[in-house]
Ligand binder design. Structure first.
Ligand code: NAP
Ligand code: MG
Length: 493
């Protein structure tokens, strides 16, 4: 998948029809290491021609039966082998992920293990896709069969590169779909490493194709392609909306995961120490580049001053550093673009609210896209820093008085991916759980995510669910089969 080139920059190839290939144009684009701002690799720049090639391979692997006609047992075994290989290569993958995305190595290790778990989970699920016998009022046998949707286009972001690839590929493959995956331009490397495991695992050519390219030149033609039956997307709301429109012309199935502005709600009766940790972890994990980041921190007025003070004091002690150092808690942001974007929100925040911690570039780091963990307080929920997804370590702390107000503020956003509630009053917490308009609600915790449990948003955070049995549903069609058991002639004529 990669060969060493001059100046130590690795040149990767992308993966189409079981082979590592260049792009049709022969062009490559650079991949930057965010902690050094230097180029660490080059990957092929795919355009529409490459998209056509990849979709043709996926369609052939589907239509020939090379994948959908494989037994569920064999599909499961292949997914287990992919998982096993990920675990075997975990140290290498984690290091590559950490260098390429900027995430701390310890978090990258969790991600790689979670990616393997995802393949194991859906490897097991391949043999648990069940049909039904429908109780029709006739002398007939009525069945519903579950069948793979066909060719799935899968477009993923840069914050959890290999894990997002696993969330997309594993359920699709278990269902019997074939796939064309486009990683984010910033972080294509671990997905290309993964492609190197497929042949050994027994995956037939064309079942998974991984093409590297830019959104407009590669992602857009993939979404429009008439032979693509389903698009699964995780990323920004802007691109998600464009994808939904583009998919309409050919009535593709679409699932979208579009991030959010998730409330992390703290009542006065919550355990204070855990609350402070939960607020910091909820918004600063993975440098805040998390779709479910608890970026609006709602705090009950009676503990508000103490809370802002304690949270800010602790935020200032968070260890920023090179992602490969095990003590690092926050690495650099993924790219110069993301750095500029987050910096502009830090400046905007200074106009819209009061600054309690951070607010700028990390002065301790001389190079790399590092920004300080930043906390604004006395934020009005209508401020832009409380309404727009920043996707970086910027928290907006908002005071509230009582349950009703907490709920009103929490739900006052176009998004609805996640929410968390902290309280020792179980009745209050459960009332909040029921009334929060979000696809994931945590109580006395924020962020734990499990392959066994559903993941996805309400409102403009998207639709469809990943993970668990819900995740595989999104790759299945339902076919009704009616078998007449009468031996007499039928019909009216
Ligand atoms: P993005 O543009 O939505 O990128 C997500 C994926 O979509 C990438 O693979 C991207 O390709 C691709 N893409 C872009 N334009 C496309 C198009 N017209 N058709 C098909 N695919 C297309 O997100 P971003 O630029 O990386 O980040 C911008 C903001 O999005 C962030 O600041 C954050 O607010 C949000 N975001 C959300 C999530 C999430 O998990 N919900 C994840 C990442 C970012 P490229 O490789 O060219 O980018
Ligand atoms: Mg982009």
């Amino acid at each position: 998948m990669a060969s060493e080139t001059k100046f130590g920059v690795r040149r990767y190839r992308m993966y189409i029809n079981g082979e590592f290939v260049e792009s049709a144009s022969g062009k490559y684009f650079p991949v930057t290491e965010p902690s050094t701002e230097e180029v660490m690799a080059e990957v092929p720049e795919a355009n529409e021609k490459d998209v056509n090639r990849a979709v043709a391979a996926a369609k052939a692997a589907f239509d020939s039966g090379a994948w959908p006609q494989t037994t569920a047992q064999d599909r499961g075994r292949i997914l287990f082998r992919i998982a096993e290989r990920i675990r075997k290569e975990a140290a290498h993958l984690a290091e590559l992920e950490s260098r390429n995305s900027g995430k701390p190595i310890v978090e990258a290790e969790y991600d790689i293990a979670d990616a393997a778990t995802c393949f194991e989970y859906y490897g097991g699920m391949a043999t648990k896709i069940l049909g039904h016998v429908n109780p029709v009022p006739d002398n007939a046998l009525s069945l519903s069969l579950r069948e793979p949707i066909g060719v799935a286009a899968q477009i993923i972001p840069w914050n959890y590169p290999l894990l997002m690839a696993a969330w997309k590929l594993a359920p699709a493959l278990a269902a019997g779909c074939t796939c064309v995956l486009k990683p984010a331009e910033q972080t294509p490397l671990t997905a290309l490493e993964l492609a190197g495991y497929f042949t050994d695992a027994g995956l037939p050519p064309g079942v998974v194709n991984i093409i590297t390219g830019l959104g407009e030149e590669c992602g857009a033609p993939l979404v429009k392609h008439p032979d693509v039956n389903k698009v699964a997307f995780t990323g920004s709301a802007t691109v998600g909306k464009a994808i939904m429109k583009a998919a309409a012309d050919t009535v593709k199935r679409v699932t979208l995961e579009l991030g959010g502005k998730s409330p992390n709600i703290f009542f006065a009766d919550a355990d204070f120490e855990s609350a402070i940790d939960g607020a910091l972890f909820g918004v600063f994990i993975n440098q805040g580049e998390v779709c479910s980041a608890g970026s609006r921190i709602l705090v009950e007025k009676s503990i508000y001053p103490k809370f802002v003070e304690a949270m800010s004091a602790k935020a200032k002690t968070i260890r920023l550093g090179p992602p490969l150092e095990r003590e690092t808690k926050m690495g650099p942001l993924v790219s110069k673009d993301q750095f500029d974007r987050v910096r502009s929100y830090q400046e905007l925040g200074k106009k819209e609210a009061k600054l309690a911690a951070g607010g700028g570039r990390a002065a301790s780091m001389t190079r790399g896209y590092y920004v300080e963990p930043t906390i604004f307080y006395d934020v009005d929920n209508s401020a832009r820093i409380a309404q727009e997804e920043i996707f970086g370590p910027v928290a907006a702390v908002i005071p509230f008085a009582g349950e009703a107000e907490a709920l009103r503020i929490a739900n006052a956003t176009p998004y609805g991916l996640a929410a968390a509630v902290w309280s020792r009053d179980i009745f209050k917490a459960l009332r909040m759980v029921k009334a929060l308009r979000a696809g994931v609600v945590w109580v006395n915790h924020m962020q734990p995510t499990y392959v066994e449990a559903p993941w996805g948003g309400y409102k403009q955070s998207g639709f469809g669910r990943e993970l668990g049995p819900w995740g595989i549903e999104e790759y299945l069609e339902t076919k009704q089969v009616h078998i007449n058991l009468n031996e007499q002639p039928i019909g009216w004529y």
